[in-house]
Design a protein around this ligand. Structure first.
Ligand SMILES: [Zn+2]
Length: 273
């Protein structure tokens, strides 16, 4: 664990709470049995992969009936296999089967485990007016003001998956806590931007990309103040060509290969103090 995390974390203890943090739904990742892990393994950076939707929430449904929740789980599992095989990261999934996990709980899992990186994986429908045209992968980082109306609409709909989600900050935090929190957020934001850049660079040439593939919007699931976070749309199920590709295991493996490269590039550059 790096010292920044421990100092800021200790200073912020009690300052941050997450709604529903205690209500872990069945199937969500449980805290790791840390005492049973070999020490070399525990020292590896932890990547939390977050397959979107699940359970009663299918996510987008393509014209051929493909459900987003199934595609993104398959890709997350592929990605986990590759990252673990590389031996340079530990991996936790926010869900490993077809179960609903609230957005806030997804964020809470990453924070509870002090993850080095949180990567949410989606294959949504493009917002109305773009559904027939928009295709290709894109990567989103958190911003109060969206980079464009397309991304704003995407985040708005995605956030509906959990009406009550999100971080709940104390109403009047002490000044010192506010300053520490803003430092932490600034550093986390830099990490998130770096993850997104590496993911886009890794997919370039291998996977079709949406125009301006790195975009920003207010996704609830990206709001951890202390875990660099990005959301990857691996394609849009509203586009028949993307839907056909995402149904092919070989294609999903290709996407997972690219994302593995991006994650490793990010972890390699990460400054650990
Ligand atoms: Zn989605």
């Amino acid at each position: 664990m790096n010292s920044r995390r421990s100092i800021l974390g200790a200073a912020l203890t009690g300052a941050l709470t997450i709604s529903h943090a205690s209500a872990r739904p069945p199937g969500a990742a449980a805290p790791p049995p840390a005492e049973r892990r070999p020490s070399t393994r525990a020292a590896l950076p932890l990547v939390v992969l977050d397959p979107g939707h699940g359970g009663a929430d299918p996510g987008a449904i393509g014209a051929a009936g493909t459900m987003e929740k199934r595609i993104v789980l398959a890709i997350a599992q592929e990605l986990r296999r590759r990252l673990e095989a590389g031996g340079r990261a530990r991996v936790i999934l926010t869900r490993n089967r077809d179960v609903f996990v609230p957005l806030a709980e997804r964020v809470a899992i990453a924070r509870r485990h002090e993850a080095a990186l949180f990567l949410s994986i989606h294959a949504d429908s493009a917002p109305a007016g773009h559904a027939g045209q928009a295709r290709g992968a894109s990567v989103y980082t958190l911003a109060e003001t969206a980079s464009d109306p397309f991304s704003a609409a995407l985040a708005r709909r995605e956030n509906l998956a959990d009406q009550a989600g999100g971080l709940r900050l104390p109403s009047v935090p002490p000044d010192v806590q506010r300053i520490l929190l803003s430092l932490m957020r600034a550093e986390t934001r830099q990490g998130s931007e770096s993850v997104a850049r590496q993911a886009v660079a890794a997919m370039q040439g291998d996977v079709p990309l949406l125009a301006n593939p790195h975009r920003r919007a207010g996704f609830v699931v990206l709001k951890a103040p202390d875990v660099p976070s990005a959301l990857v749309e691996v394609g849009f199920l509203s586009h028949p060509a993307d839907e056909a590709l995402l149904n092919r295991p070989a294609w999903r493996a290709r996407v997972a290969d690219s994302l593995t490269e991006g994650v490793y590039a990010y972890l390699g550059r990460r400054v650990v103090t």
